[in-house]
Design a protein around this ligand. Structure first.
Ligand code: NDP
Length: 340
């Protein structure tokens, strides 16, 4: 069966495509420009079950229709959405693509017909309420909701807040659309990952550390800081591996009970000191680049926790640990720097 993956050149989407292909699915990826078509095909070694099409405007159902109509999918993974902080025009560059993008794909699926399930890649930021502060007693689950709105995104004091609002408003818009379109013939599943860390697929490595995706950049900023430097402050203390994130996407196609569910994807809370400590343990080379800081000090003891055990049960996943993830990612990060 054919699965469409939007934003197929993205960090998480590339892993979703690889996992789908390895399990025998056919995949049609969408990217926003022609130059990225070849790049995605090359990453997957021109796999015969992969095709890639251009969808120039992810906020336009018509744009999807003309690209997908010749070959309509039975399921769609919707991952295309901005995840960066390089803008001051929050509405145009973050909020509109996330919010209009999340309903445009639903509208397109309705017009296409034949789609059975849409997996929406949302985020822990759709769950987390920053206003409430550290809340050491609180344990976040998929039942919690960020209060941030579209307007909070437009008027945000900084880009990270605007991003959080864009995702929360985007997820809310998708659920509202589903409520207003009962009997549409497909259901949605919402996946809400924490910061997604992990190795790049061969062929999908960024050309330099400056081109790293927003989440892996966090790891790079810690492990490259220098032995005697401060450990950078932890900003978003929940994480999950990219392999598990991709696997969760594919599992939602295989678990009928996932219909209409919202899942938190989280291996747990972390802090940058913990990344530094584990990275020093697993480093073979470049250990001198990793800051010592205050070994063993764990910020997580002073703030909220997360519980994603429901997701493990429902989707049959065991979350990969920090040490295994870093063993794969860290050598790649230093190689990317060397070759840049
Ligand atoms: P990437 O930046 O690697 O990929 C983002 C994808 O979305 C790219 O294909 C990008 O295209 C596309 N995209 C971004 N903005 C636009 C736009 N305005 N119009 C059309 N396409 C656009 O991000 P990730 O793989 O990390 O993220 C994928 C999804 O997962 C996003 O929805 C993100 O919010 C969500 N997520 C990510 C987390 C993480 O830690 N990485 C955590 C939680 C959720 P192009 O390359 O052309 O810019």
């Amino acid at each position: 069966s054919l699965v469409a993956v939007t934003g197929a050149n993205g960090f998480i989407a590339q892993h979703c495509v690889a996992t789908l292909l390895s399990q025998g699915y056919k995949v049609i990826g969408t990217v926003r420009s022609h130059s990225k078509v070849q790049q995605v095909l090359d990453t997957h070694a021109q796999h015969p079950d992969l095709s890639v099409v251009v969808v120039e405007d992810i906020t336009s159902p018509d744009s999807y229709l003309s690209a997908l109509q010749p070959n309509p999918p039975v399921a769609i993974f919707h991952l295309a959405a901005p995840f960066h902080y390089n803008t001051t025009n929050f509405e145009q560059d973050l909020v509109i693509p996330a919010v209009k993008g999340s309903t445009a794909i639903l509208e397109a699926a309705k017009l296409l017909g034949g789609v059975k399930r849409i997996v929406h890649t949302n985020s822990f930021v759709c769950i987390y309420d920053a206003e409430k502060g550290a809340q050491p007693e609180k344990v976040y689950t998929a039942k919690d909701w960020s209060p941030l709105t579209y307007e909070d995104g437009v008027n945000a004091p900084n880009a990270p807040t605007a991003y959080r609002a864009s995702k929360a408003a985007g997820e809310r818009a998708a659920w509202k659309w589903m409520d207003e379109n009962l009997g549409v013939g497909f259901d949605i599943v919402s996946l809400n990952p924490g910061m997604v860390f992990g190795a790049f697929l061969p062929g999908a490595r960024p050309i330099s550390p400056a081109h790293l995706n927003t989440s892996n950049e966090i790891v790079w900023n810690v492990v490259s800081a220098g032995r005697d430097s401060e450990v950078p402050p932890t900003r978003a203390p929940v994480w999950v591996s990219v392999k598990d994130t991709a696997l969760a996407h594919v599992k939602t196609l295989q678990v009928p009970e996932a219909s209409g569910e919202r899942y938190l994807l989280a291996a747990g809370v972390y802090c940058n000191q913990e990344i530094a400590d584990v990275a020093r343990e697993v480093a073979s080379k470049q250990g001198h680049r990793i800051p010592v800081g205050s070994p063993g000090v764990r910020e997580a003891e002073n703030h909220f926790g997360v519980d994603a055990s429901e997701t493990e049960k429902a989707l049959g996943i065991r979350w990969q640990g920090l040490s295994d993830m870093l063993k794969e990612l860290m050598p790649q990060l230093f190689e990317i720097e060397e070759k840049s």
